[in-house]
Design a binder for this molecule. Structure first.
Ligand code: ATP
Ligand code: MG
Length: 637
């Protein structure tokens, strides 16, 4: 089944069962500074799972663009990609286990025509310590579902030690079958909600060879082992508990969150065993074959990495991110450069990413219009980044050559001379991934017939350490800098960010106190701002807001912040998202001191120091965003 057909089928299936189809949220989280990217369908819906009312009701479904940079090392296997689509359906205090499990298996078996005999599932084992029992409710429902297909399903415990024992339903502990925002039950703070989940696996049949270092190498096969026989295609989370001082209590209002990978569903529905041979990747793979003159079959890993990374980069660029050395831009840069590097290994000529980009468009055929409508920006950025890498590539290579020449001249043992730190510097300064430095220095040695002794393992470990240190740093920086939907930390973006605070005050003055921020996205060119308001704004109202903001700019007020507890912020009526982050201090940004104070918002910054430098504020567009939400675009001239 083609991906577009499968996606539509899924959405129609749940629409028929009373769900409203909501659009995919942007890959860049709005009003959520805890992560750089949206990595699941549930993430943008967390406020609603916690009890906020959703304007579209209590049954929702969608296909959500997701990015998991933490899976980057797994890209190249048959199942993991950094960018993927997650099909999701949610019950916000409406239906529960019975409907969810019946529907999802009906969809898989009746609509996708998957063989019920190849489906396996997991449920929560229960945990006496936290007083949550085995999920027998799900087991009973699942058994009845299997019975419909003449399968007498058996529930089996401890398959991770004793193997499958001819079972279909397997109990697993919390590390596999529990969800909360903070992870395992013991990590949950009081008041937090969570619950068990039930994963769905598909039997690919063939057992693959285990890695010799695998933690499972001496254990029998089970659905969650790593031999490659089983693939997880989806997961139903049942949010039914709240952690209290007395233990886990059942919620009155239970939620369901289902997420299943589109790529993997297409794969199994087509009887394939890797996502790269589905129509979600084939046009890209074919294009790489054409450009490189090499065949996918002989270079699977390289092809997969190039295809995934260029696809992911396309979507990141379409969401307004530019390659840089920090935060989101840094991730984008790595993805692009890694793709170029693997392209070079296949011997492709320069400027090849822009040539692959059209095949990404072909895959999505208009479904995600942003990757087409931002065509000029995307092409330009790909070209610039490839050119930049090309430049540093030459200087980086000559640095590496110097390093090698030094070793050779003194006949030093490389392992004593080269440290991971040096390879990391090459990466930092010239964008050389560690494996590339290894390969290049080795080929330098081969060329002159020199016997290079290199302690790869040691260097890699040191490199990793340096990398982690850097990641921590950039994470800290990005957590502080990219809050509030900022695309980068350029001066213009910072100015627009401060202007956004002033505008919110202006909107509330002109339209009333029920105006609340619903999201924002700020690039160096413009600010985009969503807020709750029912009617279209009149040109008079727009003018009033502009005048208010420009008035504050003229006054040249000081912008300053104070750190305080969430409660203190509430007490002084600061605006912003009151996410329940227990005990954590928040920054509140103020504009103006004393009587002149016009704005106080919970916000991570950054902001300008005084309003005077903002220039002239202008609203360029006011339009509807979704029901009850208006969207403004504004600039500083
Ligand atoms: P896995 O163990 O295979 O990495 P997961 O436990 O991380 O999967 P979930 O977080 O439960 O997966 O995500 C829900 C679904 O999203 C999965 O069942 C799978 O179909 C899909 N999915 C998760 N990660 C990826 C990925 N990196 N590439 C493609 N699909 C994915
Ligand atoms: Mg995973």
């Amino acid at each position: 089944m083609k991906s577009s057909e499968l996606r539509t089928k899924y959405l129609n299936f749940f629409e028929k069962r009373g769900h409203k189809i909501i659009p995919s949220a942007s890959l860049v989280p709005e009003n959520d500074s805890s992560t750089l990217f949206i990595s699941s369908g549930m993430q943008p819906l967390v406020p609603y799972l916690l009890g906020e009312k959703h304007s579209q009701g209590n049954r929702l479904a969608n296909s959500q663009k997701s990015l998991r940079t933490e899976d980057i090392d797994e890209v190249g296997d048959n199942l993991h990609t950094t960018f993927f689509e997650m099909l999701g359906n949610w019950s916000l205090g409406d239906y529960f286990k019975e409907e969810q499990l019946n529907w999802v298996y009906e969809f898989l078996i009746e609509e996708l025509k998957l063989d019920a005999k190849k489906l396996y599932c997991t449920v929560f084992r229960g945990d006496e310590e936290i007083g949550v029992p085995k999920d027998e409710e799900s087991v009973n429902i699942l058994k009845k579902i299997f019975q419909k297909y003449k399968i007498e399903a058996k529930d089996v415990d401890f398959s991770e030690k004793n193997g499958m024992q001819n079972g279909e339903i397997f109990y697993y502990p919390a590390n596999k079958c529990w969800w909360s925002r903070s992870g395992a039950p013991e990590k949950m703070p009081l008041g937090e909600i969570g619950g068990s989940d039930s994963e769905i696996f598909y039997d690919l049949g063939a057992k693959l060879k285990r890695h010799e270092n695998s933690e499972f190498r001496n254990l029998p096969c089970h659905v969650n082992c790593d031999c490659g026989r089983f693939v997880e295609i989806g997961n139903s989370v049942f949010i039914e508990y709240k952690k209290t001082e007395k233990g886990f209590e059942k919620l009155k209002q239970c939620n369901v969150d289902f997420g299943g990978g589109l790529e993997r569903m297409v794969m199994v529905s087509e009887g394939k065993n890797n996502v790269y041979e589905t129509d979600l990747f084939l046009p890209i793979i074919q294009k790489i074959e054409e450009l490189s003159g090499k065949k996918y079959q002989g270079y699977k890993k390289e092809f997969r990495i190039i295809a995934d990374h260029i696809k992911a980069s396309t979507f990141l660029l379409a969401s307004g991110i530019e390659p840089s050395n920090l935060g989101r831009g840094y991730i984008l840069r790595r993805l692009i450069r890694r793709a170029i590097r693997y392209g070079k290994q296949l011997g492709v000529e320069e400027n090849f990413i822009v040539k692959i980009y059209p095949s990404v468009l072909e895959v999505y055929d208009g479904f995600y219009s942003e990757i087409e409508s931002s065509r000029d920006f995307i092409v330009r950025q790909f070209e610039i980044e490839e050119e930049k890498f090309e430049k540093t590539l030459q200087t980086g290579l000559s640095e590496l050559q110097k390093m090698f020449d030094g070793i050779r001249a003194l006949d030093l043992i490389t392992k004593d001379v080269i440290t991971g730190k040096e390879f990391f510097d090459l990466f930092q300064t010239y964008g050389f991934p560690v494996e590339m430095s290894f390969e290049e220095i080795e080929s330098m040695a081969t060329k002159v017939n020199y016997n290079l002794e290199i302690d790869k393992e040691k260097i890699e470990i040191e490199f990793e350490e340096e990398f982690k240190k850097h990641q921590e740093l950039s994470r800290t920086a990005s957590a502080g800098m990219f809050k509030g939907g900022l695309a980068d930390n350029s001066e213009q973006t910072t100015k627009l960010h401060t202007a956004a605070h002033l505008m919110l005050t202006g909107l509330r003055k002109v339209l009333g106190d029920n105006v609340a921020q619903k999201g924002s996205n700020i690039t160096s060119e413009r600010l985009r701002f969503d807020f709750s308001h029912k009617e279209k704004m009149t040109s008079g109202q727009i003018g009033d807001v502009e005048n208010f903001v420009n008035g504050i700019i003229k006054k040249d007020l000081q912008v300053w912040f104070k750190e305080m507890s969430l409660n203190e912020a509430k007490k002084i009526n600061a605006m912003g998202v009151f996410e329940s982050k227990y005990g954590e201090k928040v920054k509140v940004y103020f504009v103006g001191k004393g009587d002149e104070n016009v704005s106080r918002e919970i916000c991570g910054g950054p902001h300008v120091e005084r309003t005077g430098i903002l220039g002239h504020f202008k609203i360029t567009k006011e339009e509807s965003s979704s029901s009850g939400v208006r969207r403004i675009k504004a600039i500083l001239e």
